[in-house]
Design a protein. Structure first.
Length: 330
């Protein structure tokens, strides 16, 4: 072995504190009269872990004749490393002739100190969490406590005006359309609950609106041939068809309408079962319906003769396809 490098340490000992970090500087000199390329290696000794030690910067360096370089070795112990004394050294090896030209540096003691237990801070988060819970409970109680609203009078308004007047008071509008020869189409001529009654905020007010009228007058019978002319019978109204009508069901965030057209008496419409959901975190808002059959009755009014509908908090189902069906979000 040719000791062509001279290695000295700035200290015989390096200590690491509670963070497990430390460093020490070595001086490495090319003792020969020729330029060399040397490799720097940190050698752990005994129970020292190799992953704790590393050379800062390049581990392979060019050394001019009789030139000196400073080499810093960094120490980073792993968390939970046992306290105690360990050892390591720095070696310099010729890249060209590593078997003969190398030098082992001096042994350095590595002192690992026990980590100090962190002081327990007062758990202020408990106080903050308790205060936040109280505020949350008070806020939710105020928001969710039912509030009473006086139902306005919307009879005589058209449908859109009535809906807006109700929504301004945090009330919902549901409606049923039915023929009424004395009321303009889409004009409200009835409501439930009645005006000036009290209802909870968010309650639904059902509106009765006028649909298209399809009443046809029959011709009076022939005049009698007697000398005294009989009184002319008053025209009678014969119902020959059902006016269009809309049935509606709502959840908090979605709605479905069954839009039935004008049709002749006895005509029937079937709508397949389905559902429509509007998800608003954290809940689903679904309207659903069974297989439903509507019939144009002899009274001239569309009626549901089979099936039901409603609203719930489930999330599954699709509306399917029907020309008499419409769905939407609120």
């Amino acid at each position: 072995m040719n000791r062509i490098f001279a290695i000295t340490a700035a200290s015989e000992r390096v200590s690491v504190g509670g963070d497990g970090r430390g460093e020490i500087t070595f001086t490495v000199t090319n003792s020969s009269a020729r330029p060399l390329r040397g490799q720097l290696r940190v050698r752990p000794l005994g129970s020292t872990r190799g992953e704790w030690l590393s050379v800062a910067g390049e581990t392979e360096r060019a050394f001019s004749p009789n030139a000196t370089q400073q080499v810093v070795v960094k120490v980073v112990t792993s968390p939970g490393a046992p306290a105690g004394k360990y050892q390591f050294r720095l070696d310099a090896i010729s890249v060209v002739n590593p078997d003969d030209d190398f030098t082992e540096g001096p042994t350095v003691d590595l002192e690992v100190k026990a980590a100090e237990a962190p002081k327990k801070a007062f758990p202020w988060w408990i106080v903050a969490a308790a205060g936040g819970a109280v505020i949350l409970i008070v806020t939710l109680t105020w928001l969710l406590w039912p509030k009473s609203v006086e139902v306005p009078d919307v009879v005589g308004l058209d449908l859109e005006e009535a809906k807006k007047k109700l929504e301004d008071l945090n009330l919902k509008a549901g409606f049923t359309s039915q023929a009424n020869p004395s009321v303009l189409r889409y004009r409200v001529y009835g409501q439930d609950p009645k005006r000036n009654s009290m209802a909870e905020a968010g309650a639904t007010v059902t509106l009765l609106i006028a649909a298209e009228n399809t009443l046809v007058a029959s011709q009076p019978g022939p005049m009698a041939t007697t000398n005294a002319a009989p009184p002319t019978p008053a025209p009678t109204r014969v119902v020959s068809a059902c006016a269009s009508r809309v049935f509606r069901s709502e959840s908090a965030r979605s709605w479905v309408e069954f839009r039935l057209p004008q049709a002749s008496l006895g005509f029937a419409i079937k709508v397949p079962a389905g559902a429509y959901n509007k998800y608003v975190f954290p809940a689903c808002n679904r309207v659903w319906w069974d297989d439903i059959t509507f019939s144009c009755e002899s009274t001239g009014v569309w009626e549901k003769i089979q099936g039901n509908w409603g609203a719930d908090g489930l999330c599954h189902g699709t509306p399917g396809s029907s020309p008499y069906l419409a769905t939407g979000d609120k």
